[in-house]
Write a protein that binds this ligand. Sequence first.
Ligand code: ZN
Length: 382
Amino acid sequence: MWSKIYKTIVLFTLLWSVHPMFAQENLDDVLSNGIKTVVIDPGHGGKDPGCHGGITNEKTVVLAIGLKLGEYIKSKYPHIKVIYTRDSDKFIELDHRAKIANENHADVFISIHANAAGSAAYGTETYVLGLHRTESQQQVAERENSTILFEDNSEEKYKDFELTPDAIIARQLQLSVFLNQSINLASKIQAQFRAIDRRDRGVKQAGFLVLYKTTMPSVLIETGFLTNSSEEKFLHNPVNQIKMANVIFKAFQEYVAEIEGVNTLVENGAGFEASIKEIKESDEEEQIVFKEEKDNVYFKIQVETSRVPLSVNHKRFNNIAVKEYKQDGLYKYTAGLFENDFDAANAYKQEMQNIGFKHAFVVGFVNGQRIPIAEAIKLAKK
Ligand SMILES: [Zn+2]
């Protein structure tokens, strides 16, 4: 009984705080006047590092991507006001980020983050506000929301604030006029990630506090998993940070053109090629080598064998990155790549077994050919 009354109060408060009519007017305004203000929100910062891997953390990576994105937007659209919730390594409270967007009457809000999970998970996803459909989506939202633990008085500030399913649904209803636009932008971003061969984990919904509070089309981008060593290396690399900003910018151009009903040439950000070239030339030795070099021994973890070819996105692979090779008429699938390092491969095999690949085992390769494991270990020791 009391909980029902409580829920009614919550619903009432929420419905009252942003009336759908107000939201509709906002959207009409955007549709007729186009995009005038963009708020870019690099997640975390200062005392809140966000998630991390072995070599970098979230606040660093997302700031680099966010700043570059803003630069590209300013250059192509001098009339669009670009506002950052932070443009340096500074802690900003979650509700303040939303407030910046709301008070500046932003027409779109883009929050940039990086993800964390088991070491095998990888890929990109873009969120809009909604009810999560899986536990892992809820975990992403919970992790991102937990930044409020770094805030002073967070208990007091958020005491009336509960992201219950009822509250999220009510809020989604109020903001429903923006939801289609949010999903639209999110889909364009994911399509652009696919275009540069980033794994597309899809457009998703979850109860993110920051999206809950913004009153305009809003997305939260998870640019990749820092807990996955190859994605961490990818996101740590300045060349790839620029590439990520560039494809988000491309999605943004498509979005603006659609909202404003004009044709546009979707192009790279100003100076994109030059800056890529410059970085490549300046620290060539820091470039990460993904390809296998001649005569080196490579250990991989074989996780699956099949008589028929399987898509690398097959659900059997449980979202881990796999590569296919053919041997004796069978299709075999491996995860991980360890140069001359059997022990590291063996540890990774254990991880694979722990997440359900019970029969995972280490295999050795030289020049693209599988060789007996004893021979591979011997060669690696040399
Ligand atoms: Zn984050």
